[in-house]
Design a protein around this ligand. Structure first.
Ligand SMILES: *[C@@H]1O[C@H](CO)[C@@H](O)[C@H](O)[C@H]1NC(C)=O
Ligand SMILES: *[C@@H]1O[C@H](CO)[C@@H](O)[C@H](O)[C@H]1NC(C)=O
Length: 312
């Protein structure tokens, strides 16, 4: 390109010089250095030939670019055709994964692979956040029950064991066992310690009048059409665009006991009807705010903290 430009510039200058010399000749002023000058007509012809060669290279390149463009458009059409022929998994009935074409050594063959297609997945197929609904044995609308049980954990005076709480199913299955205590890790049932501080609604307690010392139940739920879930402490409502699964009060171990876990207990809990009073175990107390590092007055000293479980 550089060379072509130079050549064209020189040709232009030459043409200008010839024109000027003709002008001068017309005026009767003969410019003798035109024929005897540094550049004869031979040189001009040579330059013109070079310029033509440059142009033919440019044309060739342009043709190649056009060809590549056509090829790209053709490939694009083929990709579109193949994409349209793939089964549409928007179809709720068709739970089988779409076949994906893989290039193998001899020819293409189909193979099922999970989650290859990009973009948002159809609702109800890849969604389903699971969470524990502490304090209830049923799941909210839009969620299905995985299993229900009772809350268990470590004894409130024990240093070790798991600090988190468990949702223990009603019907345990055993492996190889040796009855009697040989190991030193234990699972206790939980008890609600709410004698002095009971914010709970009693609509789901049946014939049980007080929840004190009762073992709270739990349900593990799967939110069918939503794939994320979060427990937000100190809130009763979910952020915009999130769906509330349940709300209630935050509970944990007594500050003088061993550490356990903060869990969100449903605001209208159910208790395990088979339970028999005060036996202790994993003890749960309603959590209250303590001002200091905790910013008050948005928080209030000694006030019971709420909680909400949300999904999206
Ligand atoms: C290519 O592979 C497929 C299976 O992947 C097989 O069924 C087919 O016979 C093979 N073709 C040749 C020509 O080897
Ligand atoms: C899940 O989404 C599908 C499709 O939008 C809808 O038909 C179904 O009722 C939803 N299920 C629940 C439990 O919300």
């Amino acid at each position: 390109m550089e060379l072509c430009k130079k050549v064209m510039f020189i040709v232009f200058l030459f043409a200008l010089a010839i024109t000027l010399s003709q002008e001068t000749r017309a005026l009767g002023l003969y410019g003798e250095d035109l024929e005897t000058g540094t550049m004869g007509f031979k040189d001009v012809t040579e330059l013109l030939l070079q310029e033509m060669r440059c142009r033919s290279i440019q044309n060739k390149q342009q043709r190649q670019i056009n060809l590549l463009g056509n090829l790209a458009r053709k490939l694009q059409r083929q990709v579109q055709d193949i994409t349209q022929k793939l089964p549409h998994s928007e179809d709720e009935e068709n739970l089988e994964e779409p076949p994906i074409f893989h290039r193998s050594a001899n020819k293409t063959h189909t193979r099922n692979k999970r989650n290859i297609r990009s973009g948002p997945l159809p609702s109800g197929i890849a969604s389903g956040a699971t969470y524990t609904r502490w304090g209830r044995k049923t799941c909210p609308p839009g969620a299905e029950l995985v299993y229900d049980g009772v809350i268990g954990g470590s004894l409130y005076t024990h240093n070790g064991g798991g600090s988190d709480l468990q949702c223990l199913p009603h019907n345990p299955q055993w492996g190889t066992y040796k009855d009697g205590f040989q190991s030193s890790a234990f699972m206790y049932g939980a008890e609600l310690e709410i004698q002095a501080n009971d914010p709970f609604n009693k609509v789901n307690t049946g014939r049980i009048r007080t929840l004190q010392d009762e073992t709270p139940v739990c349900a593990v739920c799967r939110s069918i059409n939503r794939s994320s879930q979060v427990m937000i402490p100190a809130r009763r409502e979910c952020p915009e665009s999130w769906t509330q699964e349940y709300n209630g009060y935050l509970m944990s171990s007594h500050h003088g006991h061993k550490r356990s876990q903060f869990v969100c207990i449903d605001g209208a809990p159910e208790v395990n009807e088979g339970g028999t009073g005060n036996q202790n175990g994993a003890l749960l107390y309603v959590v209250e705010a303590k001002c200091g590092s905790l910013p008050c007055p948005s928080y209030v000293d000694g006030r019971e903290l709420t909680c909400v479980v949300c999904s999206k």
